[in-house]
Design a protein around this ligand. Structure first.
Ligand code: GLA
Length: 737
């Protein structure tokens, strides 16, 4: 890991893992991208910018400067001075003019990784990270632009962010500031994005890049079910294990844009940042605005290599919770068990049975507060619904604790129901445009989290509940998106800041929560997995992946999610059948195997499920505990593809030392007259010997990875197998084993 600057060549080199990222200051003091890929020896790379090729050198040939501007691979392209591709920064100055032109001024290289005030960001010790900060200036607009680049030891990742500062004496409006722009020299890539809807989040789509702009984005106020702030560019003949791949992910939980543009010369401009639509930020003299951090990952081992870098980066440098490195308690959540129809007695019956089976925590979901019997009231009234919990929360929690279980609770702190005491007292606390009809969604409105008074009040209520009983876990939900985005507190020229101020408000409240309650396990949730983004991982080490708990649907959701998020962050539960979302029945064992590739738990009425299912729970939990370290801390290798036509999915987790592997195979529909398949495992030590838990035999790692493990067609639909491999010193025959 290193960052250097070659004074003569005016070349920056950032190295980490086995990658190199290079930029140069060009003629005219522009900062241009030179190279991002496998590390190269120390040599002159500036030729890659074709600086001598007329008309590409403005100082020699200025008559065609616009052509230069429209071709140079800018690190931070500006609007209005000749670069007609998608720009990263745009302003509106005091005179109503919109062009800007930032030129290189100076730079600093420092050990460590600074944070971003008010925003989630990666972190690292001084000896594990380095940061380059490049200062650029627009002398006409009197603005400064800081471009930050960080690297972490051993990781093929670059962390980027940008900051604009008004150093003049007049107001300026920032109309966009994207977090990262990356140029690829040719367009032979496919773009992979994660898209979907409620109950089918993060399905993978792969499309060939073509001329023009291809983008996913959100204007919903959160990262959303529909698109994730992620995309990958994978060489056209690349796949899970092969090919050059670039992954981009934004550490942000609000409106975003993620775009790739193929220009007239077939170079690719890949960009990521806050969605500029409906965004404007007023910068008064002396003020600054920081864009959220973007992650760029390079891999020469296809999608798999990219994913493993993301997983390591997030586990080591983004997730802060102490639970990051701890086995998570196996929980039971009452949502699919009871929905709103519960009381303390019912919960205790579930807790009692759960305790006897080895479950470790009861989570009381929606419906315990105000007078909430359905989803049409009480959000904002965070005090106990006495009809359901007689005598309050503490007696219930004490009894649950007495059974040896921890206790967790559900909140939806960003919301307000029209039918609530809070709304009756403070209708202006909802996000709204005064006089305009407010659009309802799930019968609720969104609180104006740009307001300190609103945040303080909500936090006070949360705090009162959390200190009233022994509570170990909070599920923080968010069940609608934003409309009529207006705030009663902001002046007209700051109204368009509300989208971002809302997100900053959410971050502030989460920060207060995890600071005051450091032992609390926080799980983020948004109508299932609508806020599964790296911003949230900074506060909550796990995120509910989807309201769809069907094991077969989950294969797709968890596969897509794993492209950039580690399984240690993926909330996954075993639920009852027929599944409440799709009506499908799958074996209890399969549901367990699929949920184990996540933060394992149950979401069913354990007192009412079939006895033969219930009987499997203790063994399921024991297996999860036995193997969770392999999944939580090891490397993940995807083997099957649930979006493919092969009729199965498979994956293996391997510990970093390659001593243990946990392989899971899920057959979807059973087919007649099909011969067994050879499934080639991945990630093992080819020179090592492994004992297979399924048949007790010993296989070489090379055999398992090159010849493959023979997997017969399983009898019945949705069957699964989980096989544990442990390194042994030597080969043993079946008889010896
Ligand atoms: C959302 C969550 C669910 C559940 C309900 C409660 O949909 O994703 O898990 O908590 O809200 O209303």
């Amino acid at each position: 890991m290193n960052i250097t600057y070659d004074e003569k060549l005016r070349l920056f080199r950032l190295t980490a893992g086995d990658m190199l990222y290079a930029m140069a200051v060009t003629d005219g003091e522009y900062l241009a991208h030179v190279y991002y890929g496998k590390a190269l020896p120390d040599e002159d790379l500036t030729e890659l910018l074709r600086l001598d090729e007329p008309p590409f050198t403005p100082s020699v040939n200025n008559r065609d400067k616009a052509c230069y501007m429209d071709t140079l691979p800018f690190e931070c392209p500006c609007f209005g001075t000749g670069d007609y591709r998608e720009h990263a920064v745009e302003i509106l100055d005091d005179a109503g003019m919109s062009a800007c032109d930032f030129r290189y001024v100076s730079h600093s290289i420092t050990p460590g990784k600074p944070g971003l005030p008010g925003l989630p960001a990666t972190f690292g010790r001084e000896q594990d990270a380095m940061t380059l900060c490049i200062l650029c200036r627009d002398t006409h607009a009197r603005l400064e632009l800081e471009l930050r680049y960080s690297v972490f030891r051993g990781l093929n990742a670059i962390l980027r962010s940008a900051l604009v500062r008004n150093t003049g004496d007049k107001n300026c409006r920032l109309r966009r500031l994207l977090s990262a722009t990356l140029t690829l020299d040719e367009d032979g890539y496919d773009m992979l994005t994660l898209n979907g809807s409620w109950a089918r989040e993060r399905h993978v789509e792969r499309c060939r890049l073509h001329m023009g702009k291809q983008r996913v984005d959100s204007l919903r106020g959160e990262s959303s079910h529909q698109h994730n702030p992620f995309f990958a560019l994978l060489e056209q003949n690349g796949d899970e294990d092969r090919g050059i791949c670039y992954g981009l992910n934004l550490i942000y939980s609000g409106n975003f844009m993620a775009q790739a543009e193929v220009d007239q010369h077939r170079t690719v401009r890949a960009q990521l940042g806050i969605n500029p639509t409906d965004f404007t930020w007023l910068l008064e003299p002396g003020e600054e605005f920081a864009a959220p951090e973007a992650v760029l990952v390079w891999s020469e081992q296809g999608l798999g290599g990219m994913s493993r870098t993301f997983h390591d980066l997030y586990r080591q440098h983004l997730i802060r919770s102490k639970y990051r490195d701890m086995p998570r308690p196996v929980l039971i959540n009452n949502w699919e068990a009871t929905y709103f129809d519960f009381d303390a007695e019912k919960l205790l019956a579930i807790a009692k049975e759960a305790a006897s089976l080895g479950i470790e925590m009861l989570v009381m979901d929606d419906g315990w507060f105000g007078h909430r019997d359905s989803d049409n009231s009480s959000l904002g009234d965070w005090y106990v619904y006495e009809k359901k919990l007689k005598g309050g929360l503490k007696p219930l929690v004490d009894k649950v604790r007495g059974l040896g279980l921890k206790f967790g609770i559900w909140f939806e702190p960003e919301m307000i129901s029209p039918d609530s005491d809070l709304y009756r007292a403070h209708p202006d606390w909802a996000i709204r445009i005064p006089g305009r009809e407010m659009t309802l969604c799930r019968e609720q409105y969104v609180l104006d989290y740009s307001r300190q008074d609103v945040r303080d009040y909500v936090y006070g209520m949360l705090r009162d509940i959390l200190t009233s009983a022994d509570i170990s876990y909070v599920k923080w939900d968010m069940n609608r998106q934003l409309t009529e985005v207006g705030s009663g507190m902001l002046p007209a020229d700051r109204q368009r800041e509300l989208w971002h101020r809302y997100v900053l408000g959410v971050y502030e409240l989460m920060e207060r929560l995890v600071t005051e309650f450091p032992d609390l396990l926080l799980e983020n949730c948004s109508g299932g997995g609508a806020r599964f983004d790296p911003g949230m991982l900074y506060y909550s080490p796990q995120i509910w992946a989807s309201d769809d708990t069907d094991a077969v649907e989950r294969l797709k959701i968890q596969y897509g999610t794993s492209l950039c998020y580690p399984v240690s962050a993926m909330g996954a539960h075993v639920s009852d059948c027929p599944n409440h979302t799709v009506g499908r029945s799958t074996p209890f064992q399969t549901r367990g195997h699929v949920a184990m590739a996540g933060t394992f738990g149950y979401e069913l009425d354990v007192t009412r499920i079939p006895a033969e299912d219930r009987a499997q729970i203790p063994e399921q939990i024991a297996n999860y505990k036995r193997y969770s370290h392999i999944m939580q801390e090891g490397d993940q290798f995807r083997i099957g593809n649930p979006f493919g036509t092969e009729g199965f999915d498979a994956w293996i987790f391997v510990t970093k030392d390659k001593r243990e592997g946990l392989f899971t195979y899920v057959q979807t529909l059973s087919r007649p007259n099909v011969r067994s398949r050879r499934i080639r495992l991945k990630g093992l030590d080819p020179e090592g010997w492994y004992r297979c838990s399924d048949n007790g035999k010993t296989y070489s790692g090379a055999y398992l990875m090159q010849a493959g493990l023979r997997m017969p067609n399983l009898w019945g639909d949705f069957q699964s197998r989980q096989i544990y491999f442990e390194k042994t010193e030597q080969y043993k025959t079946e008889e010896e084993a």
